[in-house]
Design a protein. Structure first.
Length: 215
């Protein structure tokens, strides 16, 4: 099954809520990009404590582009965990010891576990299969900015992720109607999409059209 998931990379609460409301009727969850300004040279806004004032019937999958994903998770308001579906952190910010801590921490919180990389997964020395990871995320662009063209080696890096963990390979960045078919053929089955959805005057139609054609 193919999944189309809107991705939010915003810098203020107003934009976050506006975009969320644009896609809310079509989605059970959205991805939220968390940027700390160090792992990548950009910041983003996300605060579930503020969002709880308006009870959006939706969950969030957090994509952590941060230097210390374990600290972010430990510091996350525990009362708000019920709003989180899963978390993805970059292998570039996790060594073998911290990866095990990361996975165990998320499992203890009842959250799904993702790992991401902009690199070829076949070159990783980590045996991801032993950790019970739910999904691998292949970055289709350099992390941190929306609106980039997809990297030319994305299909090859999807191939490098096969067999690393379960069956679920996701792609984030640069995905559109012209290239998604090739990404599916390469082995991806979940797509986190930001600018292609939200730069369109009718985001809901973009999602509906992609789902009707590819799901």
């Amino acid at each position: 099954m193919i999944e189309i998931i809107p991705a939010l990379l915003v810098h203020d609460q107003q934009t976050f809520e506006y975009r969320l409301k644009q896609v809310l009727p079509l989605c059970d969850y959205v991805q939220v990009d968390i940027l700390d300004g160090t792992f990548v040279h950009n910041h983003s806004w996300f605060n579930t404590v503020n969002l709880i004032e308006e009870d959006f019937d939706i969950k969030y999958w957090l994509h952590l582009m941060v230097d210390d994903p374990i600290k972010y998770i430990v510091d996350f308001p525990k009362v708000e965990i019920r709003h989180i579906k899963g978390v993805t952190a970059h292998l570039e910010s996790l060594d073998e010891d911290s990866l095990e801590v990361y996975v165990n921490l998320l499992n203890s919180m009842g959250l799904e576990v993702g790992v991401a990389s902009v690199n070829d997964f076949s070159k990783s020395s980590l045996d991801l299969q032993q950790y019970g990871i739910d999904e691998i995320l292949v970055l289709g662009v350099d992390p941190g900015l929306s609106g980039q063209d997809i990297l030319k080696d994305t299909n090859e890096r999807i191939g490098s992720a096969k067999g690393k963990v379960g069956e679920l390979i996701a792609v984030d960045g640069g995905v559109n109607a012209n290239n998604i078919g090739g990404l599916i053929d390469s082995g991806a089955s979940k797509f986190y999409i930001s600018s292609y959805i939200f730069d369109n005057e009718n985001p809901r139609k973009v999602i509906t059209d992609l789902r009707s054609k590819f799901v």
